[in-house]
Design a protein around this ligand. Sequence first.
Ligand code: ADP
Length: 502
Amino acid sequence: MNIIVVASEAVPFAKTGGLADVAGALPRELAKLGHTATLILPCYRRVSNAGVPIRPTGVALRIPVGGRAVEGFINEADLPGSNVKVYLIDQPHYFDRPDLYQEKGRDYPDNCERFVFFDRAVLETIRLLKLRPDVLHCNDWQTGLIPVYLDELYRRREGFSAIGTLYTIHNLAYQGRFWHLDMPLTGLDWRLFNWRHLEFHNQLNFMKAGLVFADMISTVSPTYAQEIQTSALGCGLDRLLHDRRDELRGIVNGIDLDEWSPSNEPMIAKRYDATTVREGKAACKAHLQRIASLPEDPDIPLFAQIGRLDPQKGWDLLAEVADDLLTRPVQLAVLGEGLPQYHDFLRHLATQHPGKVRAFLEFSKPLAHQIEAGADIFLMPSRYEPCGLNQLYSLVHGTIPLVHSTGGLADTVVDTNSETLADGSATGFVFHEYTAAALRHTIDRVLGHWPDRALWNRLMQNGMRSDWSWAHSALSYVELYGAVQQRAIAWRSHRTAVGRVL
Ligand code: ADP
């Protein structure tokens, strides 16, 4: 098959979150399976600092945006370690900026215009370079208009009639909602600005556009695929998702084991695998305690958290239980940046509990690896979690995850109890009710099990021996692409017969 993956970020070019890990890894795995995979991304300023050579193709773009023709260029690169071609949509006014979507916590005011340009530019790139994909795989709100442009403006052009579209939700909470007067920027007919198509509470909604127009929809775990059909986690789009449930799938992300395996990582103090985890983790823990300026003590349980400092990640619960936790003999290392209130909270926590807490309020790849390798327990009490990557990184590092049972966390971490210990499936600690009391109780369970080194060792082994490589997930995507193609053929013939019925 010929697959084009379109995303607004991908490792190693530009990353703000888990989407980049997926968009960087999936095309490489598809290529390994013998498919033709191509990646299309915006050419942000930081792309040129990614250490990957970028070449101009010499192909120019002229994209209509709100009645103007905006010029751009197509650059190309190779996805390292693969034969995947990457096309980078270059438009300096839109993308030569310090960050991807926002600066100092404020979204760029022209985000709608920037991604209108990008989405139309993707289809022009396919036309001009004659890429002829079987499936166009779009991801998150930034690519939501692509299936619309395909149906409305490109279907009748040569090479476009049979393209199937898959739209993957990585986080339903970020929808790309803009005021209605941005609609003319899209160049799409106002007739589409209605509640069955692009309109959502009188706003233009990119995510909704993708969900309505794509042949099939997926999200990044089976549990999240169910949860987003409920009013609690559907972010207002639950009815639409429920209506399309036959075309909705959940595939858990893989992880890039070349990058995230303690037997490979160059930046950790000592490399280790499942057979050498005790010595390896001891060395990495001592190193982490040193760089975090925490007392070097092998026996004290070292808790960790890495990620966006955002209410989604369970910081309200963590704030409630933190003082309680830190009166015990424990240490806590946090790496993250996000809402100023959580920065203040963590600074305050560190002064209240000297020698027990270290908060690195920054984005640092080496620290993320060193914390995963050196910590004993990874706290991930997310309110909701479409897939989550850090619990998977924790599992492969023998760092025991403590998670709320939601989304991908529910699908990847197995709670420790007599049954799961007996059958060897226990890998972590899971709580069900999203309350501080339930989290506190689970921390008590963790600390109750910590002194039993034999049991702890079994938990580490179970996690490290589980297989989270991309190979599985990529096979599931290939199967889904096949279903997308079939659905696309069936829909197209139906639509030709009766017109668009949505
Ligand atoms: P989300 O995509 O919701 O932010 P995920 O767990 O799916 O959460 O993925 C987050 C990714 O970003 C992981 O690869 C994680 O290691 C990385 N990450 C998040 N915050 C930081 C940080 N401050 N420093 C380094 N890496 C970070």
